[in-house]
Ligand binder design. Structure first.
Ligand SMILES: Nc1ncnc2c1ncn2[C@@H]1O[C@H](COP(=O)(O)OP(=O)(O)OP(=O)(O)O)[C@@H](O)[C@H]1O
Length: 226
């Protein structure tokens, strides 16, 4: 069996004192592509926050990219985040810097020093998302779909084990959304697990995959859509 990159056993998820999800069991294997669904307020973002170390687990056990969530200290969180690529709905590129500078900023912040290695890595991830030619562009010179591809390139910089994508197609038209999901699928086939929260049932039908659903305070590991 493939090794798991995310394991949660019997985890309770709290926001402040409010129990959002209880007894969560979740296993995601290396290279798996999984949709995360559920109504507004059902706990999808809270679950993602547990995985990227923004919320502590209450009861239960958890491990993400070999980090033990139970004992995770604040100091360890940045190291956990390096094993994760995070992609949100809003593209969150720095608007006053070029694509290259946006990517360089992240590499430098995560300890990369060698100029040649930095430029090679930037070219490499841009190649992966099909936007090598946009390296010198400013974000406003790119379409929404292109900006989201750059965000995905940024998420890939440190060769993550997992991509967490929270509504990554929320601001995109249907055709561009499909292209983004195709790219994420391709990334998963190369060994990076992808967990993508979405409300878009058209996308879910177009790319049949395992579905995890948050509902009534519980997480269903193998859900179906109607
Ligand atoms: N910072 C917070 N403090 C207190 N309660 C919170 C906080 N963030 C979220 N909640 C509550 O936790 C519950 C789950 O919210 P969460 O954002 O995880 O849902 P979601 O499924 O991601 O929703 P959406 O689809 O709207 O993004 C909600 O009842 C919400 O009000």
């Amino acid at each position: 069996m493939a090794e798991n990159v995310i394991t949660l056993n019997n985890v309770d998820v709290f926001q402040q004192k409010h129990l959002v999800l209880s007894n969560v069991d979740l296993n995601i294997a290396k290279g798996e592509f999984v949709f995360l669904i559920g109504a507004t307020g059902s706990g999808k973002s809270s679950l993602l926050k547990i995985i990227y170390g923004d919320l502590h687990i209450g009861n239960g056990e958890g491990s993400v990219a070999n980090f033990n969530l139970k004992t995770l200290s604040d100091k360890e969180v940045p190291f956990l985040r390096r094993k994760l690529g995070i992609v949100f709905q809003d593209f969150q590129l720095l608007s006053d810097r070029t694509v290259e500078q946006n990517l360089e900023f992240v590499l430098k912040a995560t300890g990369w020093k060698d100029k040649n290695l930095i430029i090679e890595r930037i070219k490499d991830v841009l190649e992966k998302v099909g936007l090598r030619s946009k390296i010198k562009k400013m974000p406003h010179e790119l379409s929404g779909g292109e900006q989201q591809r750059i965000v995905i390139a940024r998420a890939l910089l440190n060769n993550p084990e997992i991509i967490l994508a929270d509504e990554p197609t929320g601001n995109l038209d249907p055709e561009t959304s499909e292209e983004i999901v195709m790219l994420l699928k391709q990334i998963s086939q190369n060994g990076t697990a992808v967990l993508m929260a979405t409300h878009d049932y058209h996308i879910i039908r177009t790319f049949p995959s395992r579905i995890i659903k948050c509902e009534n305070g519980l997480v269903h590991e193998d859900a179906q859509i109607a």
